[in-house]
Design a protein around this ligand. Structure first.
Ligand code: NDP
Length: 310
């Protein structure tokens, strides 16, 4: 079995090649940055593959996304049709996202940006906020990450809502389904967390129309994908006060260019796509286990559905 690995940086790819080789004795693990025999490659393990790379392997059995999202794989206009795509998920990824969402929701809930501003001015300014059960938070997307995040927020006592495509039943979370219930989900929502996959239906979903349906002065946390957000609509909503604060972990272009206004905006917190970066060792073990299972059985637990886009 030959596994070809691609990450944008050749050095990082080589690190993954060596790590996966150690986990897959008897298999051949190679870098797509090197000259390789395309006919020998049976699996591709990729993060943001180059257009046409995967189409060059005629004997590909499956493609592995190094990460939970598969949008970066589907973005390849020449992606070979019908080749199964395996996601890399797991407890580690979910735990990290729970931590990130709890941190930033609590930060907005307690108005820490304003509190830190007061400290900078040596101002003994006591900010009293509602208790969590009187704070409405909403999570868009109730998959592996969104469901765990929503339940973490419910566990902290927040009045928690969730929104997904198909109906869900989650302890402590009021669940809303589909476009028909989207307005009810957004109505009165004070802190909104986006954990949707990036698809044709969700691209640009964080836009002026959506912001207008939230509670005035709401906070938005985008930890899914940059193209979910219409950047100019966020800047306008911050300007008008409809949105008070935003935390952004993901961007249209990553790394975020130095001249992007988000970097210096007083009401925006920027983090560099670290909400839940899979630990390479853990990710490697999950990928190796999925590859072995797929090779033995022709399937594995983390298969994505390319037709629906996630
Ligand atoms: P899943 O595929 O497990 O879940 C996706 C959820 O979104 C499902 O509940 C699905 O509904 C819902 N959904 C999809 N399309 C729609 C729609 N049109 N309307 C309403 N709901 C919809 O994804 P994960 O939870 O594993 O990951 C979510 C995203 O998080 C990833 O795609 C990735 O982009 C991002 N991510 C970001 C990271 C970071 O560090 N910033 C790290 C890892 C992931 P249903 O259940 O009904 O199908």
């Amino acid at each position: 079995m030959t596994v070809a690995v691609y990450l944008p940086l050749a050095e990082k790819t080589q690190w993954w090649v060596e790590m996966l080789q150690g986990l897959l004795p008897g298999w051949d693990v190679v870098s797509m940055h090197d000259e390789i025999d395309p006919g020998a490659v049976t699996y591709g393990v990729v993060w943001r593959p180059r257009t046409g790379d995967l189409a060059g392997f005629p004997n590909l059995k499956a493609i592995v996304s190094i990460g939970a999202g598969i949008d970066h794989v589907l973005a390849d206009a020449e992606l070979p049709e019908g080749v199964p795509i395996i996601r890399t998920v797991g407890k580690d990824l979910t735990q990290r996202m729970r931590e990130y969402v709890a941190l930033h929701v609590l930060r907005h809930h307690r108005d820490m940006p304003r509190q830190l501003q007061a400290q900078a001015e040596s101002d003994w300014h006591a900010i009293v906020v509602p208790v969590a059960p009187n704070r409405v938070v909403g999570v868009m997307g109730l998959g592996n990450l969104g469901a765990a995040a929503a339940q973490t927020l419910a566990g902290l006592g927040f009045d928690t809502r969730g929104w997904s495509k198909s109906p869900k039943d989650l302890d402590g979370v009021s669940c809303f389904t589909g476009t028909g219930e989207m307005d009810a989900f957004l109505d009165g929502c004070e802190i909104l967390v986006n954990l949707l996959p990036l698809t044709d239906q969700t691209r640009g979903i964080l836009n002026a129309d959506l912001f207008a349906k939230l509670a005035p002065g709401a906070c938005v946390i985008n930890c899914a994908r940059g193209p979910h957000l219409v950047d100019t609509d966020l800047l306008a909503a911050l300007e008008s006060g409809q949105i008070k604060q935003a935390t952004l972990d993901v961007f249209h272009q990553e790394p975020l260019p130095a001249d992007n206004p988000f970097w210096t905006h007083p009401a925006i917190t920027v983090t560099p796509h670290v909400a839940s970066q899979i630990d390479a060792g853990t990710g490697g073990r999950l990928i190796a286990a999925n590859l072995k299972a797929f090779e033995e059985t022709g399937t594995c637990g983390d298969l994505a559905d390319a037709a629906r886009g996630y």
